[in-house]
Design a protein around this ligand. Structure first.
Ligand SMILES: [Zn+2]
Length: 136
């Protein structure tokens, strides 16, 4: 980590995530491709090994982007009894435009939130196991 990165304020998870920047320094790049995370920040050397947004970005896209696309398709079908080629030039582009572009900012926001709130998988500590064995 550089000394300059120590004195910076950490960016908000929303700001860092949407811009795809490092959640600690706000300057390094989080992504090493469209959705692939970089192994570490090139500015402050933060290891992105902690990051595991799993299906989170896909969940939000399904909930908030796919539903409007399906409603559009149903409306076109019910209102106009449109042939399939109309769906190919209206519904399909709308579906792709509402589902693919939000994936990266959503993944960035979830990774930055994991760092900001120190979210990680729950695990038992040694003391927990000893207390459990004594109580049983
Ligand atoms: Zn960084």
């Amino acid at each position: 980590m550089t000394v300059a990165a120590d004195h910076r304020t950490t960016p908000s998870p929303i700001s860092a995530g949407i811009r795809g920047r490092c959640p600690r320094c706000g300057e390094g790049h989080m992504f090493d491709g469209f959705l692939k995370l970089a192994p570490r920040c090139e500015v402050c050397d933060l290891d992105f090994g902690f990051a595991d947004p799993a299906d989170g970005p896909a969940f939000f896209v399904i909930c908030f982007a796919c539903v409007p696309a399906v409603i559009l398709a149903l409306w076109i079908e019910v209102a106009f009894q449109a042939p399939y080629w109309v769906h190919l030039v209206t519904t399909l582009p709308f579906l792709l435009l509402t589902c693919i572009p939000p994936l990266r900012p959503l993944k960035g926001w979830l990774v930055a939130s994991q760092y900001h709130f120190r979210a990680e998988e729950g695990r038992l500590e040694d003391g927990d196991l000893e207390r459990r064995s004594r109580s049983s």
